[in-house]
Design a protein around this ligand. Structure first.
Ligand code: ZN
Length: 220
């Protein structure tokens, strides 16, 4: 695609068509014999400037603009013309911005739907985990199965598609979750850790108490 090129002039420029003194840094097109031509004479002065920096918006605006022009300025440091932005039709820029907003809304809606799905997944997971705890430990005090299930859910939350959830519901996994809960809630384990006990020694210390509680909870 051959773009119309607009240059920001380095030296004093005069329009080769209308003769107007444009000064330095004027925005001009270069047209053969006439040399510099101002944007009015070049019929580009109805366009609006979109600076570089937002590639997506630029792409959209250009797509919607029947007429667009690349704006270039000579970089003394780099010894080459550098792109400053794009001149596009007003309506094209507006359309591009509306599209971008619609996109943002669509993305926000998609994120909300994903969060909703995750939440539903979590709720199902907590329910089935709690039910499993209740089956295996019928003597567990009311409400504890939910606390254990919610803790387990947080632990596994965010894992892709919760593919491990079926596995997480097998007896050994549920038992481990219950043991961890009992250790924290029904023994001095946390106190021991706070007193600086080694984790394994602390576990050893509360082991018989944990087993006792589990036996009580397993009894119907
Ligand atoms: Zn002119």
């Amino acid at each position: 695609m051959n773009d119309i090129m607009v240059f920001i002039s380095r030296s004093d420029a005069t329009c080769g068509e209308c003769g107007e003194q444009l000064g330095r840094h004027a925005w001009i097109t270069l047209q053969g014999q006439k040399g510099a031509v101002c944007l009015s004479c070049a019929d580009l002065d109805h366009l609006v400037f979109l600076p570089t920096g937002n590639a997506a918006l630029t792409r959209r605006a250009r797509k919607h603009s029947r007429l667009s022009a690349v704006v270039l300025e000579w970089s003394r440091a780099r010894q080459r013309y550098e792109r400053q932005g794009l001149l596009v039709e007003d309506e094209a820029l507006e359309t591009a911005e509306v599209e971008r907003l619609a996109d943002q809304e669509a993305r926000a809606a998609a994120r909300a739907r994903a969060a909703q799905r995750r939440q539903e997944l979590d709720e199902r997971y907590v329910q089935s985990f709690a039910q499993r705890v209740r089956e295996l430990f019928p003597g567990c005090p009311p409400g504890r199965e939910m606390a254990i299930a919610e803790h387990s859910c947080r632990k596994y939350s965010g894992r892709v598609g919760r593919s491990s959830s079926a596995k997480a519901l097998d007896e050994q996994a549920v038992r481990l979750a219950v043991v961890a809960h009992v250790r924290h809630a029904e023994t001095r384990y946390d106190d021991l850790l706070l007193q600086g006990w080694d984790r394994y020694e602390a576990r050893e210390q509360v082991r018989s108490r944990v087993e006792q509680v589990l036996e009580e909870w397993e009894a119907p």
